[in-house]
Write a protein that binds this ligand. Sequence first.
Ligand code: CP
Length: 303
Amino acid sequence: MRNLIDIKDLSKTEIEELIKVAKDIMQRPEKYSEKCKHKKLATLFFEPSTRTRLSFEAAMIELGGNVIGFSSASSSSTSKGESVSDTIRTVGCYSDIIAMRHPKEGAPLVASNKSTVPIINAGDGGHNHPTQTLTDLLTISCEKKRLDNLTIGLCGDLKFGRTVHSLINAMERYKNIKFVLISPEELKTPEYVKIKMEEGGIKYIETNDIEKYIDELDILYMTRVQRERFFNEEDYLRLKDYYILNKDKLEKAKDDLCIMHPLPRVNEISTEVDDDPRACYFKQVAYGKYIRMALILKMLDIK
Ligand code: CP
């Protein structure tokens, strides 16, 4: 039985296969519309979500399957003190596959040790978000037509941002990748992530200036400063609007820059950028459903 806890649980070849299947689903959705007939996906979200939960649910429905689950810990027996392990053993009796989001780092891994059905990590604290990374890889593959030879700017909360940690982890496998890590001092990329980049031979530079390297970027990946990860409200208020991407800041950017954001957005991309042909973040949302359809098929071993 396969689980997906960390993006590295999938080989590079498997990721390439998922991207190929996702592209085929986009072209020929009718071929896949009954592949998961009589299968049930459980979405267990102990932390809020719009895109991840609803795209998983839409993915399963479009594969002809059914969905059960909850969207907050308060509406489950967690609120009565039930452990994650007991919840997982219970839900495994009612479903064929589980997508789980939890505020605690490592919770989906703990769950996978007790589960009788495959577990997909749908985000654990500031740690990992592998299905966002699959979404990001499909977006880059579709929009840039390559996954090698890219200069990628990551901007915002690089300390707690699980989507950027997972993306860095995934890009280690591709050739000639360079990261420009753009953050305020307090939200810099953790040392353990930088050590991994160095071990993997990935080049990176750190800066707090979003405009300094913008003309070199193939991808600009914006992130939200996450209020829920701060211990101190004052720090959040001081840092929340540190970066606001607007038309002026994009003046020197390449014509084929791909602007990404895992969303939700607060203020970090001005809405005036939404009409710019380089804005890819709502396309990215759409790609998320197709790669999750491909992933569900793979994890249920359905051809
Ligand atoms: N990108 C992402 O994880 O969005 P949600 O928090 O809305 O699921």
